[in-house]
Design a protein around this ligand. Structure first.
Ligand SMILES: NC(=O)c1ccc[n+]([C@@H]2O[C@H](COP(=O)([O-])OP(=O)(O)OC[C@H]3O[C@@H](n4cnc5c(N)ncnc54)[C@H](O)[C@@H]3O)[C@@H](O)[C@H]2O)c1
Length: 444
């Protein structure tokens, strides 16, 4: 089976590497020549644990290759995955499908009725009805294909999480396949057969259902995070500890413990744009979701509320130097898209004397972003916190979790830590004599 993946970003590259690890022949295509040049030279353009080894191993085995050109591989492809970005359309808040349509136009030009049938699969997160629209687009553009239709379009949304993407792809909770034909079903069944060994549920549904499952999943998870964030606010007022509350409610099998970690608001490349798109889908089809619309508003406000929390904790902030630890939207990724740090750091830059920033992986991407103009970039945790007045932890990288607190205290002119991820225990901060402000647990 020959697979082509168009769009070699977080999803495309991980999917390509994993499908090749399953034993399929995979070509990953990207229009970004620098990216493809790097990959051909064994340089991985994104940070994702274990990805480099997997890519190199499968390149050596000649199951995985990279190209900027679809033409050379299209004819022999059995399945063509579309994994390009679907960011928010700045004019409508809906998903912007321009990259998807650029790809479908290219595919429409290349389909040849003499070739073996092709399954086109949308792995990108796309609004409900996109698969049907893409199919109509091809059929209207290439009318002869209405008579000999040797292609089909399926939906196979991706649920991997950055930071654990390989593990998520290889051992998913489920695989969702939206199909309209036996041909599509049989190709996807073959592609995901390696997961049968682990008895991974593979759910086949209508194409529209699969497309919607992705938005409904992200809508639910974003709501769960927002829920615990609001519970954290109440905990601060009533003297409860949100960590214990999360544990207490999470032990209820109907609720579950995951995604109950309070913090500075959700960010990243998916939840913000997918909740916005979900709200737009609701509006467009006359079934508004006030719940998701509220989640979006509450999450935006949360980032600003974190700035207020920091300002309140640091007296005479205008004379102070703040050390920011972690700026990516979560640990183990270099992805800066919609990270809460993109709101928090610029607000702090307006009021504090200096802002030092250190992130183990995210700084390369962030250094060119206007939001960080004026910060002082640091090489490691201790050079970041040395001679500062307060530490703000925005991202819970492992290397921040067990700092020597006595050493930390020595670095700080005023020992204050504002921990927006609750990675420390009150007792250890008390013992070290550090003023500690966290989320939903009361301050010490
Ligand atoms: N990142 C995630 O964690 C994640 C998880 C699940 C689903 N998704 C969804 O997967 C899709 C891709 O997300 P991503 O984060 O991998 O995006 P990305 O921005 O990392 O990668 C997209 C890639 O597509 C390339 N591209 C754009 N147009 C192209 C074209 N015409 N031909 C060839 N290449 C082209 C870009 O150069 C880029 O390298 C999105 O719809 C996203 O919502 C992402």
């Amino acid at each position: 089976m020959n697979i082509t993946i168009i769009g070699t970003g977080y999803v495309g590259l991980v999917s390509g590497a994993c499908f090749s690890e399953f034993g399929f022949n995979v070509t990953c295509i990207d229009k970004d020549k620098n990216k493809i040049d790097s990959l051909q030279n064994g340089i991985i353009p994104i940070y994702e644990p274990s990805l480099e080894d997997l890519v190199k191993k499968n390149m050596i085995a000649k199951r995985l290759s990279f190209s900027t050109s679809l033409i050379n591989v299209f004819k022999d492809s059995d399945a063509i995955f579309i994994a390009v970005g679907t960011p928010t359309n700045p004019n409508s808040n809906n998903a912007d499908l321009k990259y998807v349509y650029n790809v479908i136009r290219e595919i429409a030009d290349l389909i040849d009725i003499k070739d073996s049938p092709k399954l086109i699969v949308t792995k990108s997160t796309v609004p409900v009805g996109t698969g049907k629209d893409l199919e109509s687009y091809i059929l209207n553009y290439r009318k002869e294909l209405k008579i000999v239709k040797n292609f089909d379009i399926a939906s196979n949304p991706e649920f991997l999480r950055e930071g654990s993407a390989i593990e998520d792809f290889m051992r998913p909770d489920r695989v969702i396949c939206g199909v309209e034909s036996e041909f599509a079903k049989s190709i996807l069944n073959t592609l995901y057969r390696p997961l049968n060994l682990r008895e991974t549920p593979i759910l086949f549904s209508k194409r529209e259902t699969a497309e919607f499952i992705k938005y409904a999943s992200n809508g639910f998870l974003a709501t769960k995070i927002t829920f615990i964030n609001e519970m954290a606010d109440i905990c601060e007022k009533v003297g409860a500890d949100v960590q214990d509350v999360a544990k207490g409610i999470g032990l209820d099998g109907r609720i579950g413990s995951k995604f109950l970690h309070p913090g500075p608001g959700f960010g990243g490349s998916c939840f913000p744009k997918d909740t916005r798109a979900l709200a737009e889908i609701g509006k467009e089809f006359g079934a508004r979701t006030s719940l998701i619309e509220t989640v979006i508003k509450v999450n935006e406000a949360r980032k600003i509320n974190m700035v207020k929390k920091i300002k309140k904790a640091i007296n005479f902030i205008e004379n102070k130097t703040i050390a920011v630890l972690g700026i990516t939207f979560k640990p183990n990724t270099d992805d800066m898209r919609e990270s809460p740090a993109l709101v928090i750091v610029p607000e702090l830059l307006k009021v504090a004397k200096y802002i030092n920033v250190y992130d183990p992986i995210g700084m390369n991407n962030a250094k060119n972003m206007s939001e960080f103009k004026g910060v002082r970039w640091k090489e490691n945790t201790f050079s970041c916190i040395e001679n500062t007045d307060a530490i703000v932890i925005i991202t819970e990288w492992n290397e921040f979790r067990a700092l020597d607190l006595n050493k930390v205290k020595e670095c700080l002119n005023e020992p204050i830590i504002i921990d927006l991820r609750n990675i420390y225990k009150h007792d250890s901060m008390k013992e070290a004599g550090i003023k500690y402000i966290s989320v939903g647990r009361g301050d010490i």
